[in-house]
Design a protein around this ligand. Structure first.
Ligand SMILES: N[C@@H](CCC[C@H](N)C(=O)O)C(=O)O
Length: 290
């Protein structure tokens, strides 16, 4: 870990909040212990995850995308684990790039572990991201909370989701710990679990327990997974009808609008806000290195 003071920002998208570490040259070492310390809500800055902002050309995992996307979102969960993709994170990442002057309003490609994501960045207002296609692997699991069990629809948005349709969001319990699921072997690296109720035609509400972060107030990839699972349950498939399908997804921290197109591409629209910036105390940072 370098001892020079490291800049950070704090931002959120529908209250899914992130510590942002701008590091164009990939010079900052971020082992899991450091990420977990920064994301700690009592002893650190606090966040559901961390967005490490690196030039694609400077990161081995993004080098192959450098010709198409100048910037790589090196996303980490609050416990320091690595995830393939973060939907709210990519909007906040784009907002940070815009605010810092690194990019202008318009269309922007961002490299992620889940591949290239195209972001449409208006001058202000909501941000739309082309999230790619959902995969429905069909290896569904059974989730149990407080003695109630539900079969899930498993959806991959680059990262794994298990979507359970429930009668009441309160049935998800306090979500202080991850809900148990069987067979556990389906997700050896864990899974994000969504609990969903209907609010009206093509309008649902959800809670989520995120792998590596616990219950969060929003999950962008989760909202996309939920919209696709709800559409299939409702007999809607744009690939069959040729007509895009839009779901409004309410989360504890706000609302996301998800559209699935006939080619399978999914667009997510929602807000992204930068709320603070500062410097990380280098002496404290040293203590996080284990
Ligand atoms: N909150 C994110 C998802 C972050 C990654 C997830 N916890 C995982 O491990 O897959 C989102 O907005 O998509």
């Amino acid at each position: 870990m370098t001892t020079t003071q490291i800049a950070f920002l704090k931002g959120h998208g529908t209250e899914n909040d992130f510590v942002i570490v701008p590091d164009p040259d990939n010079a900052v070492d971020l082992p899991a212990s450091v990420v977990a310390g920064l994301c700690d809500r009592r002893a650190g800055i606090g966040g559901d995850g961390l967005l490490h902002v690196v030039r694609s050309a400077a990161h081995p995992e993004a080098l192959a995308m450098a010709d198409e996307a100048e910037w790589f979102m090196d996303y980490r969960n609050a416990d320091g684990s690595i995830a393939e993709m973060c939907g709210n994170g990519v909007r906040v990442f784009a907002r940070y790039l815009q605010r810092s002057g690194a990019v202008q309003a318009g269309d922007l490609a961002v490299a992620t572990r889940g591949g290239l994501k195209k972001v449409h960045l208006a001058k202000d207002g909501d941000i739309t991201v082309s999230m790619g296609r959902a995969e429905l692997p069909g290896t569904d699991v059974t989730v149990t909370v407080d003695g109630r069990s539900w079969g899930t629809r498993n959806v991959s948005m680059g990262n794994p989701h298990a979507v359970a349709f429930v009668e009441d969001l309160a049935h998800a319990g306090d979500l202080h710990t991850g809900p148990s699921f069987v067979p556990a072997a389906v997700y050896p690296d864990g899974v994000n679990i969504e609990f969903v109720v209907d609010r009206g035609p093509r309008h649902v509400a959800m809670r989520v327990h995120e792998r590596g972060s616990g219950e969060t107030r929003s999950c962008g990839t989760g909202a996309c997974a939920v919209a696709v699972a709800a559409a299939r349950r409702d007999g809607a498939d744009p690939a069959v009808t040729g007509v895009p399908v839009t779901y409004t997804v309410d989360l504890p921290g706000g609302t996301l609008v998800i559209t699935e197109h006939p080619d399978g591409g999914i667009e997510m629209t929602g807000p992204a806000v930068i709320v603070a910036q500062g410097k990380i105390d280098s002496a404290w940072l040293e203590t996080l290195n284990g």
